[in-house]
Design a protein around this ligand. Structure first.
Ligand SMILES: [Zn+2]
Length: 395
């Protein structure tokens, strides 16, 4: 069984880069049956009152088992099943977070367990942080790279903001549970990883032309994780033990690369800005949410197509204050080379299809008009990030 943390140590050593292991969870277990280790871990930590947080689906997948195991280990455990909103989605908004905070306070929990996919984790990381207790991560689907994140993207009155919170003290990724996750969630995890093609490009671009900070180690770790997923797209699409293990390892490694860098640059560029833009439009219109990674995958194909046009045709004449234009032109060969490392749009679509996800706007359920608007405006969702999309739109 591969060990993500050891592999990260090996990479840092090979690159002769310092490694801050304080960002690692104190316990990481990725294997079939890992869920059985949760209750003994909590008991050994000395925790007595456990708050298990899930939704109706993930209660079946993991919550019920965690509750039974905790009680059998002599722990006082209670489950909070987060209610869906009016559209039927469980979202990380003020109502969900308040529901969990009230339960943690009522039960005087020592520790929370997030049993679910990305949204449940974001709710728990913020509720645990606010109530001053740690939390344990039990992902039920390999759907996002944010399980270990210290930032909580949450919706407050319909606006998405990212607030400081905490990462999990331990992560138990049970491959048997992850393999049983719905196929669209597995494909979404693949889509979140595929987006690293354009996020890594934007990071290189921002570093060369916009003076953004850079970390060769975080970039290499993210690239390794991306390559592993692309080379195993078939196995991931087939939910094989090997494929799902490679995917969850990659998602964890990408998450840790962000923690090592301290910001989301390695894993989030213009493709994520498009995804956030679409998400906020859907919230405003009261529509059912789409999976984060499914949006990121399709957004990556749009950004790749746009960037390849720039790589071939050069910067539009309208770009540029002279100073900025000079910064870009003086690195043009490196920028062009970095664009050429992004696969073409059709290859990206083929990879998404192999992993079983929606590969076009139509399959995803995003209108062309919204996509076109996002390509002109989405850079505004992260005002402090220097991406090629921003330069194209703002000059
Ligand atoms: Zn993402």
């Amino acid at each position: 069984m591969t060990d993500v943390l050891q592999s990260i140590r090996n990479t840092a050593k090979r690159m002769n880069e310092p490694l801050d292991e304080s960002v690692f969870p104190e316990r990481l277990s990725v294997e079939a049956g890992a869920i059985a280790q949760v209750a003994p871990y909590l008991r050994d930590r000395g925790d007595e009152r456990i708050s298990i947080v899930c939704d109706l689906t993930t209660f079946e997948a993991a919550g019920a088992r965690l509750l039974g195991d905790a009680k059998a280990a002599g722990l006082a455990a209670e489950v909070t099943i987060v209610n869906p909103n009016a559209q039927g989605d469980v979202v990380a908004d003020e109502a969900s977070i308040m529901q969990v905070i009230l339960d943690i306070q009522r039960t005087k929990a020592d520790i929370a367990v997030a049993a679910g996919s990305g949204t449940i984790h974001d709710i728990v990381r913020f509720a645990a942080y606010t109530t001053g207790i740690p939390f344990v991560s039990v992902p039920t689907a390999p759907s996002v790279d944010g399980f270990t994140s210290k930032g909580a993207p949450i919706l407050v009155r319909g606006e998405k903001i990212t607030l400081p919170a905490i990462g999990p003290v331990a992560l138990f990724a049970d491959i048997s549970i992850l393999r049983a996750a719905p196929a669209p969630l597995i494909a979404a995890g693949f889509g979140d990883m595929l987006g690293k093609y354009t996020s890594l490009f934007d990071w290189t671009f921002g570093h060369l032309a916009g003076g953004e900070p850079y970390s060769p180690l975080a970039a290499e770790l993210t690239q390794q994780a991306l390559t592993a997923c692309v080379e195993n797209a078939d196995a991931i699409g087939g939910s094989t033990e090997e494929g799902v293990t490679i995917l969850i390892d990659a998602l964890i490694q990408s998450g840790i690369a962000m923690l090592l860098f301290g910001q989301s640059h390695p894993a989030s560029g213009a493709e994520h800005h498009l995804s956030h833009y679409w998400e906020m439009a859907f919230v405003r219109e009261g529509r059912r949410q789409l999976l984060h990674g499914a949006k990121v995958g399709v957004a990556c194909t749009l950004i790749a197509a746009l960037y390849h046009r720039i790589g071939t045709g050069g910067l539009p004449a309208a770009v540029g204050a002279a100073e900025r234009r000079h910064a870009i032109e003086s690195h043009w060969n490196e920028i062009q080379a970095a664009i050429s490392r992004i696969p073409g749009e059709s290859r990206l679509r083929e990879l998404i299809r192999t992993a079983g996800g929606p590969s076009t706007l139509e399959e995803l359920g995003v209108e062309r008009e919204l996509a076109d608007r996002s390509l002109q405006e989405a850079h505004r969702v992260r005002l402090n990030r220097f991406t090629l999309l921003r330069v194209i739109n703002e000059g």
